[in-house]
Design a protein around this ligand. Structure first.
Ligand SMILES: Nc1ncnc2c1ncn2[C@@H]1O[C@H](COP(=O)(O)OP(=O)(O)OP(=O)(O)O)[C@@H](O)[C@H]1O
Ligand SMILES: [Mg+2]
Length: 376
């Protein structure tokens, strides 16, 4: 079952990789449930999801290290489901580098070219170009143990690029690097990928990394793609409660369906009614139905309490975050146990204006709100 149809707006000729109804089982556990996915030529696509959701398994099916129980994998329009990995022309970079410790940097990078029988002169030129591209000039004669973690990761990247792959697969390539090195490698990989127009599938469980790097993100959980879309669309219009809460921070407020008029829906929330555009409500609803309103901290605003405020509460804490303040507000909601919501305000103003103990009204920005049926 794949709840979101993955019919992207590009043609067959523009499709570099396509998975159709791919099922993967290990023993009697199904780890991918009929996954369908199309990846555009030159696209940087990220698979994002919690540990164990099937990200590496999906990469292994594209690379040929695992075989699908059902469904087909296509590369450049050709079925490759029964092709072995070395016939698929795929570049791979893993989290743990997987370099050969006894080989020099040059020999590590040239490994795939020797396997393909590329003539020595051409191989030497391609190795030189790949080393220049990842900024490893002058380190060709070292062994991996004589390199830093970041340099070793560059060797792994050069080894993947030198074979001029049809598709580059990156499985959590930055997880062993410190934060600042991670940031610069992200920028560099993206720049190389753009320059070469290289179709890339990148695996991470770091949402910030996914938002920063991707043309599109496929959010996975439990062996299913929940939603696939460009980063801003996923963040602003999640189609699934899992996506809404996995990507970015979110407050979940209990509400009831009230009615609709002229393209808007009304929900009973707190002490009143709120009106939202119909498209914020993913499932059709009937009067009185329990719903959850998902609102991000930056889409809530504190205001002076007035009779029309549907939400109000008491400020219980502030957390200074440099460029913004997170304010925690204990909200008064009928028939609900104590609920703390987070409000994000730019700058420092909230500290003075709404000190701890202050009572504030809370206003919602309609476009930053999504509504779903409560998760079971
Ligand atoms: N070779 C295998 N034999 C049996 N089960 C496996 C095998 N490989 C993966 N699995 C199971 O398949 C599921 C998906 O694993 P996968 O490695 O694809 O997850 P992942 O999303 O990459 O997780 P992580 O973020 O931790 O790397 C897990 O439940 C895992 O235990
Ligand atoms: Mg994995």
């Amino acid at each position: 079952m794949n709840p979101v149809p993955c019919e992207p707006g590009f043609s067959q000729a523009d499709t570099a990789v396509s998975l159709e109804g791919v099922v993967k089982k290990y023993h009697d556990q199904t780890v991918l449930h009929a996954v369908s996915l199309k990846i555009r030529r030159g696209e940087f696509l990220t698979l994002l999801g919690p540990s164990g959701c099937g990200k590496t398994t999906l990469l292994n099916l594209i690379a040929g290290f695992a075989e699908a129980d059902r469904g087909e994998v296509f590369i450049d329009g050709q079925p490759v489901t029964s092709e072995p990995p070395h016939r698929r022309q795929i570049g791979l970079v893993f989290q743990n580098y997987a370099l050969f410790p006894h080989m020099t940097v040059e020999r590590n990078i040239g490994y795939g070219l020797r396997m393909q029988g590329v003539p020595r002169d051409e191989a030497a030129r391609r190795i030189r170009d790949a080393m220049a591209m990842v900024k490893l000039d002058g380190l060709g004669h070292r062994k991996p143990r004589e390199l830093s973690g970041g340099q070793q990761q560059r060797v792994a990247l050069a080894r993947a690029l030198v074979i001029q792959p049809k598709v580059l697969l990156l499985d959590e390539p930055f997880s062993a690097l410190d934060k600042s090195l991670r940031g610069s490698m992200q920028v560099e990989i993206r720049e190389i990928q753009r320059r070469l127009g290289l179709t890339t599938v990148f695996v991470t469980h770091d949402q910030g990394e996914a938002l920063a790097m991707s043309d599109r993100i496929a959010v996975m959980s439990g062996g299913v793609i929940r939603q696939i879309a460009p980063p801003a669309e996923l963040y602003q219009s999640p189609q699934d409660p899992f996506v809404a809460s996995f990507l970015g921070d979110v407050n979940i407020l209990p509400a009831h369906y009230h009615g609709q008029s002229a393209g808007d829906v009304q929900l009973r929330l707190g002490s009143g009614l709120i009106s939202l555009s119909q498209d914020r409500l993913v499932n059709a609803s009937h009067e009185g139905e329990r719903l959850d309103v998902y609102v991000r901290p930056e889409h809530l605003r504190m205001e002076s309490l007035h009779p029309a405020s549907v939400l109000s509460g008491t400020v219980v804490n502030h957390v200074f975050q440099g460029d913004h303040i997170n304010t925690f507000v204990d909200v008064d909601l009928p028939m609900t146990a104590r609920q703390i919501v987070t409000v994000r305000s730019p700058g420092l103003g909230a500290l003075q204006q709404w000190p701890v103990g202050a009572v504030a009204g809370l206003a919602l920005a309609g476009e930053g709100v999504s509504v779903f049926s409560p998760r079971p």
